[in-house]
Design a protein around this ligand. Structure first.
Ligand code: ADP
Ligand code: ZN
Ligand code: ZN
Length: 744
């Protein structure tokens, strides 16, 4: 008998365990299954919960056990196999199982408060041979009904929205209702999808004939497709080498084997062209999942995947949990991107989750990149991953030449502008040739800080320990961490001097400077501020595609996989903002971003041209990007990582204690340190104030643990979860970030 259910309860209590036993009420016994969502009594609440297990016995005493209240939905949100994956994530990342389930199953889906979107259509019910007779009857008595029936006489197999029918024929709605009452017509209600394919209404096109290198890659992966062994491939292909084409043909093979596929992309709203290419190959078989969807849209897409209507999922990070039927392959494009790591609870990395999911399902994982993460490349070198490469661009197109401009020299030559003479001349040339240019900077806003030149005071956010950024179009200072705004002060708040000024540069400032230099050019900006509205990215990129923009200024967003043939110049306004970040991955980030952004040019018939401005012209990340030389970069960087004890040689955990009261955060961190100090970590750094000590008014104290042996780290995390954290009774937050990607 199924008497008890083990459920994970969604309540915000501090206790590090939210799995409890409940009694199954009689009327639910036949229906309740693992993966369903129910409401259970919990204190005074009736929180939503997920069924993890159904069993005959419980350790809870009969008079203490409570009974499940009701179903939220009689739908299974996950299978046993999925639960296996969720448990792994929960253990590996030292986070609550319920948090993982909530990351995997969209809230909109399990809360059940979103209705299916339906459309009502009307169609002919009466037999065709009776229509003539019906028309005769209606002719003089009911002209509107006559009109409608006449329409169906001419189009007997049509199904039409009532609204459209009534509108087109210019009749009253009542006419349709009367005909339905008379059984001549009938209604049909269908569930429809909120995202329309019309956005991607492209013609179906055939696969391209693969080049010899593409063929080699395809054969290699497809040959092992049906093996029971899970293999991870690292597909290292320079920008424009035809990786996307490979993905599409791999997926073709997956579909032919009656299986489904997941393709992860870093930011789906930034890659409309890529999505469009997939639609033109696979049309109705695709579902998209990303953060810009409305709850209703997400609900629809999730259902289509679950039902097997969509066999291909294209999505951002959380799509790695998509309930694809009979999953056959996972592909991660731009696998090095940081957006695959979630920066809040649960701090999972989609690449690691993908690897585990592939293992559980005995399927392969393909990691693609022009600039693989150091970790992945190292694994490929040491035989953990299989290395595959696409070493040259399609049609053997040259990689664009990269010119490095030393900005110190520029100033010496008497040019104080943010643009070197070389970049200015090249912009001029590009405009003259009716070609397009991209100017890249990884800072939005007008300037990146405001400083008093008398006393050196920098204006900081009141809530965060970070300098505020001046945004000229709003004439406000904005905190990029919490969104707080302030007026730009006329006098220094510290010493009342009037020599307070904005320094540094942001995208807004660049846009303005370009406008000043080239008043005849059409300049557009793409950054966080110009793309908050839904569909804004696509609008800008459409304009770029249609040649309605001469110069596009932007942040990281412009560096992503766009493929526009008329872009012949890419200018990096300054490479230094990334190089100088206090993070062991800053060189890697610099190399990746410079290479990615350089890859945006030279894709068409014309030769592209890349200009990198910097005060660090000799930095190895800049030099490697100039030569398009991944190996050179890897050799330099891997040596440093080894010497300084950083990944991939070391396994990190970053624990941050967070509280409004500085003292409490510090005390909690010290307590934790005392617990940790005898563990088998190679090194423990801290507790010390986090590099950004305060965010949104909360203080942050940090401990960094370095493990040489991953098993030791695993042991500690279990200890933490089952011991230290379970016994805590405090309102201090302990943020445990396993394999952190940012040290800030
Ligand atoms: P990547 O994803 O590596 O940047 P893409 O797949 O976007 O590369 O390919 C770059 C360009 O080359 C695209 O315009 C694509 O249509 C074209 N291309 C890719 N594979 C082939 C092929 N086998 N034959 C002809 N053109 C191709
Ligand atoms: Zn702030
Ligand atoms: Zn001052």
């Amino acid at each position: 008998m199924n008497k008890y259910a083990e459920v994970a309860v969604d309540v915000p209590v501090t206790k590090f365990d939210k799995v409890y036993d409940y009694k199954i009420p009689a009327d639910m016994k036949d229906k309740l299954q693992i993966g369903m969502a129910v409401r259970v009594p919990f204190g005074k609440l009736k929180p939503s919960s997920f069924v993890l297990n159904i069993k005959e016995t419980t350790k809870v005493q009969e008079d203490k056990i409570k009974t499940i209240d009701s179903f939220i939905s009689e739908e299974k949100f996950f299978e046993k196999k999925d639960l296996h994956l969720y448990r792994w994530v929960s253990d590996y990342y030292c986070t609550l199982l319920i948090n993982v389930i909530k990351a995997a199953v969209p809230t909109a889906v399990y809360r059940g408060n979103i209705k299916k979107k339906t459309v009502k259509k009307v169609y002919l019910k009466a037999p065709e041979d009776e229509i003539k007779m019906i028309l005769n009857k209606l002719k003089n008595r009911a002209p509107s009904q006559y009109k409608v029936m006449k329409f169906f006489q001419e189009h007997p197999n049509t199904k039409l929205r009532v609204r459209d029918l009534v509108g087109n024929l210019e009749v009253y709605r009542g006419a349709v209702d009367s005909l339905v009452d008379k059984n001549f017509l009938d209604f049909e209600t269908n569930v429809i999808r909120r995202i329309a394919d019309r956005d991607f209404d492209s013609q179906l096109v055939e696969d391209l004939t693969p080049t010899p290198s593409q063929k080699k890659v395809l054969n290699k992966i497809n040959k092992g497709f049906l093996d029971k062994k899970s293999v991870t491939y690292l597909l290292h292909g320079v920008t424009g080498s035809g990786k996307t084409e490979v993905y599409m043909q791999l997926i073709r093979n997956v579909l032919e084997n009656k299986k489904g596929a997941i393709l992860l992309v870093p930011e789906i709203s930034l890659t409309p062209l890529m999505v469009k290419r997939f639609y033109s190959r696979f049309k109705g078989k695709i579902a998209v999942l990303h953060s810009a969807l409305s709850s209703g849209e997400r609900y629809d897409e999730w259902r289509r995947i679950k039902k097997g209507d969509a066999q291909i999922v294209i999505g951002a990070r959380s799509a790695i949990f998509a309930p694809v039927k009979n999953l056959g392959l996972i592909i991660i494009d731009e696998e090095h991107e940081n957006s695959y790591k979630q920066s809040t609870h649960p701090y999972y990395h989609a690449r690691e989750v993908a690897k585990k999911r592939a293992e559980i399902n005995n399927i392969d994982l393909v990691l693609g990149s022009a600039t693989p993460s150091l970790e992945s490349y190292y694994k490929a070198k040491t035989g953990v991953y299989q290395y595959l490469s696409l070493p040259v661009r399609i049609e053997n197109k040259e990689m664009p030449p990269v010119k490095i401009i030393n900005m110190t020299e520029e100033l010496k030559k008497g040019n104080p502008s943010i643009f070197s003479m070389y970049l200015q001349n090249n912009l001029q040339k590009t405009l003259k040739n009716d070609e397009q240019a991209i100017l890249f900077l990884n800072r939005r806003g007008y300037s990146n800080f405001v400083l008093c030149r008398s006393c050196g005071q920098v204006i900081k956010c009141d809530e965060c320990d970070i300098s505020m950024t001046y945004h000229q179009n709003r004439d406000k200072l904005i905190c990029h961490y919490c969104g707080n705004t302030k007026d730009m002060p006329k006098y220094c708040p510290n010493c009342s001097s009037k020599y307070i000024k904005d320094f540094g540069i942001g995208t807004e400032r660049i846009e303005k400077e370009v406008n000043k230099l080239f008043p005849e050019a059409v300049v557009s900006r793409m950054d966080y501020d110009t793309t908050t509205k839904k569909g804004a990215h696509r609008k800008i990129l459409n304009k770029l595609e249609n040649n309605e923009i001469d110069i596009l200024v932007g942040t990281q967003m412009v560096a992503k996989g766009h493929d526009y043939p008329n872009i012949s110049l890419v200018g990096v306004v300054t490479a230094d903002t990334i190089i100088n970040l206090p993070d062991f991955r800053s060189a890697e980030r610099t190399f990746q971003l410079l290479t990615q952004v350089a890859g945006r040019t030279g894709r068409g018939k014309k030769v592209g041209n890349v200009v990198i401005q910097t005060y660090n012209p000799d930095h190895y990340s800049v030099l490697a990007a100039k030569e398009h030389d991944y190996q050179y970069f890897f050799k330099k960087e891997i040596r440093l990582r080894k010497a300084l004890n950083y990944p991939p040689f070391i396994h990190l955990i970053k624990i941050t204690t967070v509280h409004q009261n500085k003292n409490k955060a510090e005390k909690a961190a010290r307590k934790l340190y005392n617990y940790l100090k005898d563990c088998k970590a190679k090194k423990i750094i801290g507790p010390s104030p986090a590099p950004i000590e305060r965010i949104r008014g909360e203080y942050r104290v940090q401990i960094l643990l370095k493990f040489a042996i991953i098993e030791e780290r695993k042991k500690l995390l279990v200890d933490l979860k089952e011991g230290f954290l379970k016994k805590l009774s405090t309102n201090v937050k302990y943020n445990i970030d396993v394999d952190p990607i940012s040290m800030l």
